[in-house]
Design a protein around this ligand. Structure first.
Ligand SMILES: O=P(O)(O)OC[C@H]1O[C@](O)(CO)[C@@H](O)[C@@H]1O
Length: 369
């Protein structure tokens, strides 16, 4: 696999190399937000959730992108939330989860083993349950049997492309129990932000003005360390690493400042950061990608600035992206919209079809043997 930036401006190639249509699917993010908003209204979850009052804790049960939606829910509701949020991404609920808690089982397919196990366990324990997933899926059957509310997920492409379809119901559910604010106007603002990014990152827009293609060109041939400067942008960092792994078969480290400074800053003095004077240009592979939030703790902002300087002092290349907007959902949209394009363009620049993840398919096949 060879990186070739010229591929990104070859319109014929971008269609041919993307048979699963990941680029058009990315462009449908805004539509996903609007459709999900209508699905929530149609499911009538607001009244039911509000009538039962606030739970003791909100537990989001899911894996992969669904779990990431749970992390985003927690970050959007913020550290001031009177109710704790926990994302469970395996087969068992923690022992303390019980009748006073709301378990939200999320699965794009509605047919993922871990999530179904968690949803069934929540029912057995008498927890309040909300399910979000594909219509007529096994997850919907669990909800139906338990008499629990269900929000259908409608989106094209693989699960990772359905982030907005899964996240919007979670945000609306949290709003129904007054843990965040979210109304139609906010969803429309988020949709417009995603539309704007899709326009700027559209395949026909040339690399030199296309932020998605520029990001891919910066990431190419580097090992990215992606650091968020708030809990919200740290989830965006995780999102980029997850998408790179799935779209582009590409590794990336991620974390949140300040914690990540303790764990990963050491790499700035490591073998991937050092310049090999005997090698060609490509020898230095580390890149620091910093995802800034508008809402940063002052001590975090100071560490962010200093870490950027430490990287620059060592000649390690840096990419800095900043979230925009007021509401955290809007801010995350401005970052994730762009990062998703960067990841898909990176795959295409390497000649990789961004839709299938063959090794995960193989894992699932072996598990079913
Ligand atoms: O949202 P679902 O359908 O439960 O899938 C969970 C995860 O499993 C995968 O489909 C495969 O690992 C991921 O892409 C996805 O995030």
């Amino acid at each position: 696999m060879r990186w070739d930036a010229d591929r990104l401006d070859d319109q014929g190639y971008l269609v041919e190399a993307d048979p699963g249509g990941m680029l058009p699917v990315l462009a449908s993010a805004a539509a996903q937000v609007r459709i999900a908003g209508r699905a929530v209204a149609g499911a009538g979850i607001d009244g039911g959730l509000a009538a039962d009052g606030r739970p003791r804790a909100v537990v989001v049960a899911g894996v992969g992108t669904a779990a990431l939606a749970g992390d985003l829910l927690s970050a959007v509701c913020g550290p001031g939330s009177p109710v704790p949020f926990v994302t469970v991404r395996s087969f068992r609920l923690p022992g303390w989860v019980g009748t006073a808690d709301l378990v939200i089982a999320v699965s794009f397919s509605g047919d993922t083993e871990e999530t179904l196990a968690l949803a069934r366990e929540a029912v057995r324990r008498g927890c309040r349950l909300l399910a979000v997933g594909r219509a007529e899926s096994p997850l919907q059957a669990v909800a139906r049997q338990a008499g629990a509310p269900f929000v259908p997920v409608e989106a094209a492409g693989p699960a990772r492309a359905g982030l907005w379809a899964m996240l919007v119901p979670l945000i609306c559910a949290a709003a129904a129990i007054t843990l965040t604010s979210a109304d139609d106007a906010l969803l429309e603002t988020v949709a417009e932000r995603l539309e704007e990014t899709a326009h700027r990152c559209r395949p026909a827009s040339e690399s030199f003005i296309n932020p998605g293609k520029s990001l891919a060109m910066e990431l190419a041939e580097t090992v990215p360390m992606v650091w968020g400067s708030s809990p919200l942008t740290a989830v965006a960092a995780h999102r980029l690493a997850a998408r790179l792994g799935q779209d582009a078969a590409y590794p990336a480290l991620h974390g949140e400042i300040p914690d990540v400074c303790h764990d990963q800053a050491g790499a700035l003095d490591g073998p991937l950061a050092a310049r090999d004077i005997f090698a060609d240009e490509g020898a230095r592979t580390l890149r620091l990608v910093v995802l800034r939030d508008t809402d940063e703790h002052p001590s975090v902002a100071r560490r962010r600035e200093l870490c950027l300087r430490l990287a620059q002092d060592r000649g390690v290349p840096v990419t800095e992206l900043k979230a925009e907007g007021g509401h955290p959902l809007e801010r995350i949209a401005t970052l994730v919209g762009l990062l998703d394009y960067g990841s898909v363009y990176l795959a295409l620049g390497y000649g990789i079809d961004p839709s299938p993840v063959p090794v995960v398919g193989e894992l699932e096949m072996r598990l079913s043997e």
